[in-house]
Write a protein that binds this ligand. Structure first.
Ligand code: NAG
Ligand code: NAG
Ligand code: NAG
Ligand code: NAG
Ligand code: NAG
Ligand code: NAG
Length: 511
């Protein structure tokens, strides 16, 4: 009898644990809870909280990307449809979702520019191509949205020209100070200082970091702030705006309050966004620097082939690295400098086999940095202007692949070229930038994201930018893959496209 009672009690505890957040209720640590991402058909789960009008965050997300085209998705319908739009993450931008690093305790999701979460009805993980829902939730009616708060108080003091515009509480631990003015270069050992109690005191305070200046440790203010810029204060861990009564510009040396602001105790701050740590890149994650090709009188032709980048660390500096990237005249995804009123030839050899998405790469020039034009939702595609001629899908050619020479001996080149197709299949188009062409464009693949690089449109080529060395290549291996495909065709007759394609892959792997 007792054990039954205990058992029931435990069961109800478990149930309470699973539902410990109430829908549309504010939680100061996480934001407003709007539900769990879940679906009977997939193993997706996670608790979703609204941070502010343009951001939400998911905790304890379990998600194994089971296919290539999954996205976080916002929709005006209660379930995801093709009319919805992608939501972005730091890790993947607008590109398809892959696995998130295990050490991430949260995934932060952003709404595209000019839109707000309350423009939508549902949030999901969605496959765009197969129109399949991998887990979703419907936003509650009258969804509460945490809001940053402007305080009506400013810093002002008699010494060292201390002044500021109003303070803006972005979230629980982040405070913006508009137009900060202070002769930090003259003031002795001064810090931003925050603490509890009716008045500013040395013993009840703690130093506060300035974003951008105090990333590793908090140092005294030594800059002469002239009011021309805003600064952002970050309260230390374990502190937040609800647990301080004042913020001071405080002289540590002589224990003097140069000027302070009182934090309101009424419910003005009741609905503040939770603190979301910003992702700090360390130096190792910085993207690698790109090569350069200038469109000089000797270089009017650019040949676009692809290359594997598995052996390259930090290609993009984040998880968004693609498998292959464009190589232009043998140089890996360089910046191109092209002159106005000059016609350049673009030769395309990025593969045209639709069956293998990695090897189907139409080349296009556009003002979109990430590429993947045919993978964009209608809403996203409308924002892109294309500068290459014809429909994006038309600019495809045979496959030429730069391979990394893994077991290279001293006098062999680091890379070599493999091609599958016939030289007469190479597709070319002309591109002539003119007065109206924007000064920065991008070359990309219509079918895969992040394969390209920048194109700077200039009136004169820059002299202070050095050209990268082109790697000479010969076309001896031009036919190898095509011939193996032909052989396979002969052996198995007409139904061998798949087998032949596998031969291609195999040949590439074996090479
Ligand atoms: C995520 O899971 C951990 C471990 O089960 C738990 O402690 C934490 O509270 C969960 N986070 C949220 C926001 O529920
Ligand atoms: C919402 O919160 C995120 C994360 O803290 C922040 O990056 C973004 O600027 C905020 N947006 C607004 C409109 O305050
Ligand atoms: C560019 O290629 C064309 C043939 O496609 C050739 O006639 C021309 O000489 C080349 N120009 C340069 C500068 O190499
Ligand atoms: C694009 O390719 C299709 C199919 O090969 C062809 O019919 C069409 O004329 C091409 N369009 C342009 C503008 O080149
Ligand atoms: C400049 O190029 C665009 C195509 O990108 C074309 O539509 C426009 O007519 C050109 N302008 C001039 C002045 O040639
Ligand atoms: C390009 O041509 C236009 C019209 O022919 C001319 O006005 C412009 O100055 C030229 N620009 C350059 C950089 O040569």
């Amino acid at each position: 009898m007792t054990s039954l009672v205990v058992h029931t009690f435990l069961l109800s505890l478990l149930a309470a644990g699973a539902l410990s957040y109430e829908i549309n209720t504010y939680n100061p640590d996480y934001g407003v809870y709007v539900g769990d991402l879940s679906s009977p058909e997939s193993d997706v789960s996670g608790q979703v909280f609204i941070v502010n009008a343009t951001t939400l965050q998911i905790f304890n997300l379990t998600f194994t990307p089971s296919q290539q085209d999954l996205y976080f998705w916002l929709d005006t319908k209660e379930t995801p449809t093709k009319e919805g739009i992608k939501a972005h993450t730091y890790e993947y931008g607008i590109t398809p979702l892959g696995p998130f690093p295990e050490e991430n305790d949260r995934v932060v999701v952003h709404v595209p520019e000019k839109l707000r979460l309350d423009d939508f009805k549902s949030f999901s993980i969605y496959s765009f191509k197969t129109d399949k829902n991998f887990g979703s939730l419907v936003f509650p009616e009258n969804m509460k949205i945490p809001k940053s708060v402007s305080l009506n108080s400013e810093f002002t003091g008699k010494r060292y020209k201390l002044r500021s515009g109003p303070l803006y509480v972005i979230d629980r631990r982040t405070i913006k100070v508009y137009g900060f003015t202070f002769e930090g270069n003259k003031a002795p050992k001064t810090y931003f200082y925050a603490g509890r109690g009716a008045s500013v005191s040395y013993s009840s305070g703690v130093k506060v970091a300035i974003r951008g200046k105090d990333e590793k440790e908090i140092s005294e203010i030594s800059e002469n702030y002239r009011g021309g810029k805003d600064i952002i204060l970050e309260l230390p861990e374990n502190y937040d705006i609800f647990h301080i009564d004042w913020i001071s510009v405080y002289c540590y040396k002589y224990r003097v309050n140069f000027g302070s602001v009182v934090v309101p105790t009424d419910d003005t701050l009741a609905n503040l966004p939770p603190y979301v740590p910003s992702i700090k890149r360390n130096d190792e994650e910085k993207p690698m620097s790109r090569g350069v090709l200038k469109g000089s009188a000797e270089r009017r032709n650019f040949t676009f082939q692809i290359g594997h980048i598995e052996h390259i660390k930090n290609y993009n500096g984040n998880l968004r690295s693609p498998k292959y990237v464009w190589h232009v005249n043998s140089v890996m995804s360089p910046d191109l400098y092209l002159m106005r009123n000059v016609t350049y030839n673009f030769n395309v050899e990025g593969g045209r086999d639709k069956m293998f998405p990695d090897f189907y790469n139409p080349l296009y020039i556009g003002d979109d940095e990430d590429g993947g034009y045919s993978e964009l939702s209608q809403n996203e595609a409308e924002k892109v202007t294309i500068y290459s001629p014809g429909p994006v899908d038309n600019n495809t050619g045979p496959l030429c692949l730069w391979m990394h020479n893994q077991d290279k001996t001293a006098n062999e080149p680091k890379t070599y070229l493999e091609c599958d197709g016939w030289p007469e299949d190479v597709h070319s188009f002309a591109f002539t930038p003119n007065e109206t062409t924007p000064s920065v464009l991008y070359y990309n693949s219509g079918n895969n994201f992040n394969m390209g690089g920048r194109i700077f449109i200039v009136d004169e080529l820059p002299e202070d930018v050095a050209d990268s060395a082109e790697v000479p290549y010969n076309r001896e291996k031009w036919h190898t893959l095509a011939l193996s495909r032909q052989r396979a065709d002969k052996v198995n007759g007409a139904k061998t496209t798949i087998a032949a394609a596998f031969m291609v892959i195999l040949t590439i792997v074996l090479c």
